[in-house]
Design a protein around this ligand. Structure first.
Ligand code: GCU
Length: 362
């Protein structure tokens, strides 16, 4: 069966004008991103903590303080840079760990290829649970979630990632035209949301964002251990809202009954990044995120680029086999062998993707 036929079977809602999709996804899924001036953000002078990486690269720590009349919160941000007087591309990396030595972060490899990275740990910004009284939450959403479209934790992490980008853009060594946001899993969802909301991110990398990230809902109706009508076993709205309702706005829970948000599917999120660059990384054994629904999501979103005369996902009309990556369009898709993970292989493809499209006009 051709990929087009596979997509037709899923009967997706057609893409809408970009402003409508951006509004809809905030209202129905993630909640509205707090405005940039919801709180003031300041950054301390970087303090070097390590000279360990190659190229004379330096790892430093910066304190980011967010404050307004509701209070103040400070979190550490790490900065990996190669101080050679030249401009470098910059990743804003949403991390699961405050420790920079962690298995998702091949720091030396990034430094060796000349990439700068500003990273922070999501739970240093705000806890990954239903508590809206810690971190930046009481500053961005005083009193917690009250309305159906009040933002959840994904939008709060994204708000912080955008502030970190703004800091990066003040640094003379940042190549302002080569900025990226990257995250894995729940932070892949966050990278996509941040990328949709912030046009200064030229590249958006979702690593196994899965349900409510880079995977389609339609056609992905299984629950763990049970095959859905399309043979998939992926995560559903009911599963994700049962365990992680706080990532989203309260309105989103309305879709838990049918598992199908009537007015949208996740190709809206990818399409809202056009004409910039978005890359989805899936892994072959990740049934929960469903690599087939991730590839089809990329394909369905591509129309947003194609109608602008730009290439979306450039493919050969077949599901990828593990180890393959489609990097030549403005929508990229990578399929890594193995399990749900952010591996050095993904970072390599991501850096290749940025280098390949360095000079493409937006
Ligand atoms: C759970 C959740 C996923 C999420 C993942 C993660 O598996 O169901 O939606 O992507 O956690 O963030 O690790």
């Amino acid at each position: 069966m051709s990929l087009k036929q596979m997509l037709e079977e899923r009967a997706l809602p057609p893409l809408r004008p970009q402003e409508e999709m951006v509004e809809l996804l905030q209202r129905e899924e993630y909640g509205f991103l707090p405005p940039a001036d919801a709180a003031e953000t300041s950054f301390s002078t970087p303090k070097t903590i390590e000279h360990a990486a190659p190229n004379g690269a330096v790892l430093s720590e910066i304190q980011m303080t967010v404050q307004n009349t509701h209070g103040s919160h400070t979190l550490p941000v790490h900065y990996l840079s190669v101080p050679d007087g030249k401009k470098h591309p910059l990743f804003v990396f949403l991390s699961f760990s405050r420790a920079t030595v962690n298995r998702y972060y091949p720091m030396e490899m990034l430094a060796e290829r000349g990439f700068h990275v500003l990273s922070f740990c999501c739970t240093d910004a705000v806890s990954d649970d239903g508590d809206f009284s810690n971190g930046v939450a009481p500053l961005l959403l005083p009193g917690g979630q009250k309305k159906g479209d009040d933002c959840g934790k994904i939008a709060m992490w994204a708000w912080c990632a955008i502030r970190v980008l703004e800091y990066g853009l003040t640094l003379p060594e940042t190549d302002a035209g080569q900025t990226a946001v990257i995250g894995h899993s729940r932070l892949g969802k966050t990278a996509l949301f941040a990328g949709m909301m912030e046009p200064r991110f030229r590249y958006v990398f979702s690593n196994s964002g899965g349900c409510a990230g880079d995977s389609l809902y339609r056609g992905n109706l299984g629950v763990r251990g049970e095959k859905g009508p399309f043979g998939n076993t992926g995560e559903t709205v009911s599963a994700i809202t049962r365990v992680f309702p706080f990532w989203f706005c309260p309105n989103y829970r309305r879709f838990a009954g049918t598992n199908i948000p009537e007015t949208f599917d996740q190709h809206f999120l990818l399409a809202s990044i056009a004409p910039r660059f978005v890359s989805v990384a899936a892994s072959a054994e990740d049934d929960w995120a469903d690599p087939v629904s991730e590839q089809l999501c990329c394909l369905a979103a591509s129309e947003a680029w194609e109608k602008r005369g730009l290439p979306g996902l450039v493919h050969r009309d077949a599901l990828l086999t593990p180890g393959e990556a489609l990097l030549s369009g403005r929508v990229a898709f990578q399929l890594r062998a193995g399990a749900h993970f952010l591996s050095y292989r993904n970072w390599l493809w991501d850096m290749d993707y940025m280098e390949l499209h360095r000079d493409d006009a937006l």
